[in-house]
Each structure stands twice: as C-alpha cells, then as structure tokens.
Design a binder for this molecule. Sequence first.
Ligand SMILES: Cc1ncc(COP(=O)(O)O)c(C=O)c1O
Length: 443
Amino acid sequence: MFEQRNGILFIGGCSSLDLAASFGTPLYVMDETVIRENCRSYLAAFAAYPAAEVLYASKACMNRSICRIIEEEGLSLDVVSGGELHTALAVGYPPQRIYFHGSNKTLAEMEYALEAGIGCFVVDSGRELNLLSGLASRRGRAARLLLRVTPGIEAHTHEFIRTGQLDSKFGFPLATGQAMEAVEQALRLPFLELAGVHCHIGSQILDTEPFVLAAEVMLDFLAQVRAKTGSALTVLDLGGGLGIHYVDEDDPPTIAAYAASIVAKVREKTEALGLPTPRLLVEPGRSIVGEAGVTLYSVGTIKEIPGVRTYLSVDGGMGDNPRHALYGSRYRALLANKAGFAPRMRVTVAGRHCESGDILIRNLELPAAAEGDILAVLATGAYNYSMSSNYNRFPRPAMVLVGGGRAELIVRRETYADLEALDLVPDRLGAGRPTALPAAGEE
Ligand SMILES: Cc1ncc(COP(=O)(O)O)c(C=O)c1O
C-alpha cells in the first residue's frame, strides 16, 4: 500500500503530496486495493465452511462508493440506522443481504427496513420483538430475525468498546436467563421467524481466544434452546471485532487464522453437542477498512515548552478523528514529505479544536518538522470519517479513493455553505444582513 520515493510517501501509487495539493487537507485517503483484498481474504478464509456469510459492518466507514465496493466484493451488509440503510439502498445494495442492528431502533426505522425488504433484523430488546411482530403482522409477512445475546465474555480492549459483558446496553444477557426468555418470546409472537443468535464481544481484539470462547458459549446456548424449546436455530452470528495494526505493538491474528480458529471450534462443538451445522456469520468493520485509510494533515503551529513537550498542531483533529479523545486510541504517523528521514524530535500531535483533549497522537518521533509539512496518520480508515463531527464548525474533510496511481474524490469537502445549509432563522429573529463575504474566506 505504501511506498517511499525520494522521501515522499506514495499511497496506492499516488504521491501523498500531490493528493494534499489537489484535494486539500485534512484529507481522508482510502486505498481501494486494500479494501478489496480484505474482503477477499474474509471470503476465502470462510470458503471451506459449508455455509458462511461475511457482513461488512458499515458503521466503520459508510458512503456510497465504499458501499459499492463492498457490494461488488459480494459481502453482506450490517447497518445500524435508517441513514446507513438509506445509503445502501441508494446504491442498489440487494436488501436481502442487509442486516439491521441497533440497540434502540425507532418504529420509523423498522417500518422503513420492512418496506425495503431487508433480509434480517438483529433484535436487541423485548420492546423491539413486540414492535417487529406488530409491524410484520400488519404487513401479513413474517420478519426474519436474530437475537442479540450478551455472552458475558470480556475481550481485552478498552472498556468503552467492550460490548459482550453482562453490564452492557446491548442485547439479552445469557447469565440472567433473559436471553432464553427472549427466545421463547420470539417463538411465541406471531409473524416472527427466529433464525438464530448473534453476539459481538468487543472491538480491536488482538487474539483469537475470545472469539473461540464466544463461539463455544453461543453453541452451548443453542443446545440449551433446543433442549428447552425443541427449536433448532440455524444461524450463529459472531459479530465483528478482529483488531488491526495501529501501532508497532499491535500484532493481530491474520484473517485466515481468525477464521480457522472459529471454524475449528464450531465444527468440534456442534459435533459434540449433536447440533446441526449452523450458518456462520461474521461482521468485520475495522479489519476491512481500517488499514486502508490514511489521513493527511498540514502542519501548522509547533509549540515547544522547554523541558515539558512539543505540540505539533495540524489542521484537523478530534472533528475528523475523535478516537484518541474518546478511547485513548493510538496511531502511528510520518511526515509524508520527509518519509524515511531519521527521527529528530518527539511531539504530541494536537488538533485545532477548542479542547485540551483534542490530541491525535502522544509522543510521536518525527524528523525535524516545520510548518507546511504533511503529516500522514496511518490506519485511519475505520471509525474516523464515520465518527466525524463539525465541532467548532470546521467543515468535514474530503475523502479520496486511490489505487493503481489513480485518485478519485468520493466524498467532497464540506463548505461553509454546507455548514449553514440546515440552519433556519424564525421570522421574529429577522434574516440579518449578511456581512459582505471576503472571497478567500472559504476553507
Ligand atoms: C454488532 C456489531 N457488529 C460488528 C461490529 C464491527 O466491529 P469491528 O469494526 O471491530 O470489526 C460492531 C462494532 O462496534 C458491532 O457493534
């Protein structure tokens, strides 16, 4: 994906300096080849299993072009909102391949999804079961669903992104008996077709062990369901969560190793329990798009506090990447115009938002940096653009898709006009007379 030519970083065959000059900074750069290769690795890794389905968790990075690539690669899609669903439908994603997640879906979203004919709901609560049954009854057509179960497994990631443990807003806990009650409720309610169960035990998991454990616990649960209700549920969805390489210490399992460990456990366990081979689903997000992304920033103020630290400020920050501020996430980065140069300084990369916590990277070793340098932060393809905000009314960056030396804009940069486009001013406040706008004011 990366190359260095005469001290310049190339991404997908494109000079990062040309990208920055043509499209401006901050700039999200996505390498199409990496996304496609990751999709293919997932499909190949599960190909030997009789019935597997790989869903892209679109929350990681969603826009129309990314969605087209995922669709072309033959993955199914996990959406968690009417907005993600709408984007998928807008580019012709086959609705049967769409799974609708979310811990508090609105009635309107559920109606929209039913109307669109999506393949499956992943239901998180008794309220949703009742709502779905009611909506499906009115339409006279059964709705297919999985139940989200919290299996009580703690994956070793940051606490805020653990979702499988008992104390979670997501899903029906196994330990309290609520998961079994939900199965019984789903089997009882009319116009519901309960296909199976789902769990998601966390994110940025760097070990196969928690996934294997989750498979084991969930298959035990399927056996209990069969014993208690007589129903053999046929779908086991193990969620997403495979980690990626953010910093040097991260050593994630390969997609192939991850899949092999799960498949081996599912085979062994279903045989031991005498269960039919389930349809196996996984929902990767980060491991499809994370390492495909690089964010380019221009370096601005460099503030040295002797004996304390040096802040290197860039023209973006928590608005385009809130992950360090939210979770303390770590990144590696380099100066794209001084690639391969020896480190000369240690800096803390700060954004330009009005928050002391607006930090992107702490203690980064860089060559001698100067205003105007281009900083390339690596592995920003997941949960950056999709978690971005307009805090301080900074327009969101553009996104460019690169590959084979070609660069195409897939999300245009927001403008000041975009920022005010949704504002309404009640008549009683008057329209105000716009100050004459200086032509060069635009970002
Ligand atoms: C239900 C569910 N599935 C899949 C994912 C994707 O996880 P990841 O991007 O870590 O693969 C998430 C992420 O939060 C999730 O909540």
